[in-house]
Every structure is written in C-alpha cells, then in structure tokens.
Design a protein around this ligand. Structure first.
Ligand code: MG
Length: 343
C-alpha cells in the first residue's frame, strides 16, 4: 500500500482535491495561499497553519510565546500573500494533560502579541487532550479590502521576480539554534518572523504586480509554485539575492553555502512576486518611499522552459516537503501547488 512518504506533500494534496467539490461562492479553492470566498459583496480569505511539536518547534529551544507568534505569523503571512487584511483567527490546540497551564497561557500571549499588531483577534477555537506531541493550528479569516487580490498565477513573460526583505535568514537562524552558535539577529528571524501584511496590501493595490505568494517552503520551491501556476519558467540570479551581512558572516564562519541556504531554506515569510518589467523602477522607488522593508529583483520570468533555473541550471532541490525525508522533488515533477485552504 502506498504511503504518504512515497508521493510527497504536494501529490498528496493533489489526490485530496479529488474528494473536494466546489461551489460558486468559492472564488479560489485549494491551491493558493488562501481560499477566496464570496460572502455577499465581500471577498473573504481563509487559511490555516498547523504547528506540531518535534516537527515545527522544540519546547527546549523555543519559548511558548514564540511558538504562538510563529504559527500565527505563518497564517497571517498567507493573507499577506494574497494582499488581504487579517481580521479573525480560530485556534485548535491539543496538549498532554500534564502540560503546565502557564505554557498554554504563554502560547496564547504570543498569538495575541502578533495579532494585535494588525488589529486581528482570536474569536474561538477548540482544545483537546493528546498523548502525542503538542499541536497548535491557527485558522485566519481575512478580507480583500482593496480593489483586487493576488494569486499565484498571473506572472507574464519578462516579469521581474521580486522579493521583500532579506531571505535565507530563517534557515541560518535555525542552523544556529540547532547547533549552538550565537547569532541573535538570525535566530530572531527564525523564531519571530514578521508577516508582510502592509506590504502585501500595498503590492496588491498596484496592477503592475501580477502574481504573489509568501516564502514558506524555500525560495526555489515557492518560485516553482509561481511558475507552475503561471505556465512559465523563471531564472534566478544568485548574485542578486538580498543576503544579510550577518548571514554571509555566519555562513563563512561555519562552512555553509549562504546562497544554497537561501535557495532552499524556508520560513522567511517574505513576499515573492511577479512585477511588470516596464514599470519596475517606478514600483521599486514608490515602495522605498512607503516602507523601510528591502525590495529586490532577483530574477526574470520566461517561456523558454518550465520551472526554476539558477544560473541557467535547473535547480535540483525544491525546498521543504513534509513527507519527504530531505527535500522535495525537482520543480518540473509537476505536483499540485500547496498551502491554501488546508495550509
Ligand atoms: Mg503561503
């Protein structure tokens, strides 16, 4: 009998989809960062993210507040990726019965600390006992407040692949956490990511932005979701990657390949998007006027090949796949794009 590890996360989602009929009020179903549903004359966004002890966090390495913050950040980042505004969250928590009450309180403090930054609130949830690892799910409900929202599909030939912030920081932060060296700036990026909600809203208001998602599984993997959804390929220029000096220094000191960490590493929760090439300079300039967040063009879309190439070579490593022992299959293996309604 086939096991989930035999097919990987993305093909598993593809198979699940066969059991999920749609209705006309579903504007965008499984397969994007959020589901988009029409409620009267409003477009609402819904997404969830599950965090499991031993898979996403270790209690000996992470404070409860940070665990709560991060799982909420992952959910809110999916709303940011569509260019929406987060409004409400529901949480589902399973804990062992000997879990300290204080742990649960601090976990929710972390969730609230993040949501309050964006005026979002927890409106309910569920708690249950488990004999296994602790798990916490945050479901977010958001709203399309502007004229439009952004999907993963829509990139055009010649569009600039563009990213907010500095990427690769989270992967290096995780390396530091697991291996012991002190790298406070990088570990902070790993445990306390800041979803780019305001930036996402701004970008979605600009018609020159054609497609967008957030980087959760890794730059190459997430870029491949954009290319697959848009039926194009993309060339990433590794020399243009926005790498933090502290990341370069950390990688040099510890014998790591900084570019590789950035291409494969996930959980940066930065926005990755396709931007019209004709207006690129204007958009970059206007973004700089509005935000202190860096914004960098790192590649270009093409119809010359499918998938993601780095310096002309097909990049062998996709990124993070929950059911793959190491990394996902190459980008042209054609699994369905993930995330979305089922996280
Ligand atoms: Mg996402």
């Amino acid at each position: 009998m086939k096991k989930v590890q035999d097919i990987g996360e993305f093909r598993l989602i593809d198979r699940i989809r066969r059991f999920l009929p749609s209705t006309p009020t579903v504007v965008e179903g499984v397969g994007d960062d959020c589901a988009v549903i029409r409620v009267f004359d409003h477009l609402m966004l819904v997404s969830c993210d599950l965090s499991v002890e031993g898979v996403h966090f270790r209690r000996d390495l992470t404070k409860p507040e940070d665990i709560g913050w991060k799982v909420a950040a992952a959910s809110l980042s999916d709303v940011a990726a569509m260019g929406g505004t987060p409004l409400f969250c529901l949480t589902s928590l399973s804990v062992r019965d000997d879990t300290p009450v204080l742990f649960v309180e601090r976990l929710y403090q972390g969730i609230s600390n993040l949501l309050s930054r964006f005026g979002a609130v927890v409106i309910g949830g569920d708690t249950t006992r488990t004999d296994g690892p602790i798990s916490i799910d945050v479901t977010v409900i958001g709203e399309v407040t502007g004229q439009r929202f952004l999907r993963r599909k829509g990139a055009r030939i010649g569009d600039k692949l563009t990213v907010t912030g500095q990427i690769g920081r989270s992967a290096c932060g995780l390396h530091a956490l697991l291996n012991g060296p002190s790298a406070p700036g990088l570990t902070e990026s790993h445990i306390g990511p800041k979803p780019r909600v305001l930036e996402g809203l701004w970008l979605s208001a600009h018609p020159q932005i054609h497609a967008m998602l957030d980087i959760s599984d890794g730059l190459c993997q997430d870029a491949s979701h954009l290319t697959r959804a848009s039926g194009l390929g993309v060339e990433i220029d590794p020399d243009k990657l926005p790498l933090a000096p502290e990341q370069e220094e950390y990688c040099a000191t510890h014998g790591l390949d900084s570019v590789k960490m950035t291409l494969q590493g996930g959980e940066d929760y930065e926005l990755l998007f396709a931007m019209d090439s004709e207006n690129a300079e204007e958009i970059l300039h206007a973004f700089h006027q509005e935000f202190r967040t860096p914004i960098t063009v790192i590649g270009e879309f093409t119809d010359a090949w499918p998938g993601v190439r780095v310096r002309g070579q097909k990049h062998p490593m996709g990124g993070f796949d929950h059911f793959s022992p190491t990394f996902a299959a190459p980008q042209d293996a054609a699994p369905a794009e993930s995330d979305g309604a089922e996280g």
